[in-house]
Design a protein around this ligand. Sequence first.
Ligand code: NAG
Ligand code: NAG
Ligand code: NAG
Ligand code: NAG
Ligand code: NAG
Ligand code: NAG
Ligand code: NAG
Ligand code: NAG
Ligand code: NAG
Length: 398
Amino acid sequence: MKFSTVFALSFAAATVALPHRVVPRDSSFALQNGQQAIAQNAQFATLTANSSCDSGTNACVGSSFAQCVSGEYVLQSCGSGLICAALPLVNSAGTSITCTTQSDLEQRIAATGATSGSNSTSSAGSSVVASATAVSSAASSALASTTAVSSVAASASSSAATGGTATSASASAAAPSSTTASSGNDTAAQSSLTLLDSLINTGFEDDGTNDSEAGEIASATSNNNFINFCSTINLPLTNGTQVKNGSCNAAPMGVIASTSAMPSAKFVNPPNLGSVTANQNFTIALAINNLETGWFVNPDTNYFAAPQQVNASTGLIMGHSHVVIEQISSMNQTEPTDPTKFAFFTGLNAVAENGQLTATVSGGLPKGTYRMASINAAANHQPVLVAVAQHGSLDDMV
Ligand SMILES: *[C@@H]1O[C@H](CO)[C@@H](O)[C@H](O)[C@H]1NC(C)=O
Ligand SMILES: *[C@@H]1O[C@H](CO)[C@@H](O)[C@H](O)[C@H]1NC(C)=O
Ligand SMILES: *[C@@H]1O[C@H](CO)[C@@H](O)[C@H](O)[C@H]1NC(C)=O
Ligand SMILES: *[C@@H]1O[C@H](CO)[C@@H](O)[C@H](O)[C@H]1NC(C)=O
Ligand SMILES: *[C@@H]1O[C@H](CO)[C@@H](O)[C@H](O)[C@H]1NC(C)=O
Ligand SMILES: *[C@@H]1O[C@H](CO)[C@@H](O)[C@H](O)[C@H]1NC(C)=O
Ligand SMILES: *[C@@H]1O[C@H](CO)[C@@H](O)[C@H](O)[C@H]1NC(C)=O
Ligand SMILES: *[C@@H]1O[C@H](CO)[C@@H](O)[C@H](O)[C@H]1NC(C)=O
Ligand SMILES: *[C@@H]1O[C@H](CO)[C@@H](O)[C@H](O)[C@H]1NC(C)=O
């Protein structure tokens, strides 16, 4: 299958200042938020783990954060000493469902002046709306404040406060945070909109400047795995498609291949400095190592849409390759090429035979000088990712 679109060989590094705005308190909604929080917490008190619920909504059951998946609550412990509660938002209208302490809850509600619940709230049945500013505005010190809600609806354009009930879950600072990614391997975790505590990369909170070398700049940081990063970017979501004007992609990078499973390749035909007869069919042969070939998803609907995966028994990236041929002015061209222009492109989607992937260039190419490169990729077309920064080329170019 031929692509009509060019693949970039590398990711551009994004250096983005994540918003941390402090908006002056506006008392016009404070009281209402407090009343709404009281009413929501009263309703939560009536819920049990067996209560029916609307999928996609969040609530508190006992002291656990509860997310409704397929009509049933999936509970997540808030951790020792913490409760789950609806808190009044500070900077916009609405409430936030989160793990907190009893005293924090009481202080926040007292600060709004509310003493009783309003009955105008939509409470636990309200739909999940992500609001990055609303969540970060909760100036709680003890909490890791991990924003947990995210959906396609929380797209680039909807980062502004919505005015409605904004629900979120905060990970408890008290809960242990391991660095293994193996916990929560169940279908509920895979359909949940809540980030598991065990998956928070606390290393992402460090901007790297503490012990940096000359020339290193501060990294963007996150305490919630950047799960709502795309709300800070004024671009459409990639959403599985090849968005020519650029987009923001949300899929995790996934499984990173070990140093003993780094792909590499070498062209067998035409070989480096080789030549073929102009305007006649020729066959490209690429010898490929450490890539489990034959894994190729729909590039129109699933581009960058899933994490890189490896074969669990061999550790090899499950993917495929491509070959691109670009005309150059001569063997000693030093001008950078234009990646939007190429003479031939094809996916090498089949399983390698005898360690080689092949493709026919039908009709050959006009007389000229060409550069030919492989583009090794994971199943969802992202460039292959490996364990270390310093490694030999994962591709070949002749
Ligand atoms: C929930 O239902 C299960 C059986 O389906 C029962 O064992 C359990 O006691 C119930 N829990 C509550 C809190 O009602
Ligand atoms: C609750 O609703 C009832 C009737 O719908 C109304 O009379 C009452 O004033 C409301 N209470 C509050 C606190 O808004
Ligand atoms: C996670 O669950 C899936 C599906 O049940 C299974 O194929 C996979 O091996 C499990 N992974 C781990 C790390 O247990
Ligand atoms: C910075 O580095 C020092 C020495 O390695 C360490 O003690 C300190 O905790 C670090 N601070 C942060 C914010 O990482
Ligand atoms: C994402 O893709 C799905 C499936 O094609 C589509 O229904 C949905 O509208 C898209 N969402 C956005 C925000 O583009
Ligand atoms: C892509 O960007 C160009 C230049 O900014 C603009 O003219 C064009 O309308 C955009 N196309 C789409 C589909 O957004
Ligand atoms: C993983 O690799 C083994 C050994 O080559 C192979 O037998 C198996 O089919 C592969 N599994 C998948 C899911 O490709
Ligand atoms: C490139 O090589 C050609 C001969 O193949 C030579 O004529 C030309 O001067 C060279 N150009 C550069 C920039 O070295
Ligand atoms: C050239 O390749 C095409 C496509 O593979 C094939 O249909 C055609 O028969 C080939 N021509 C010759 C002369 O081999």
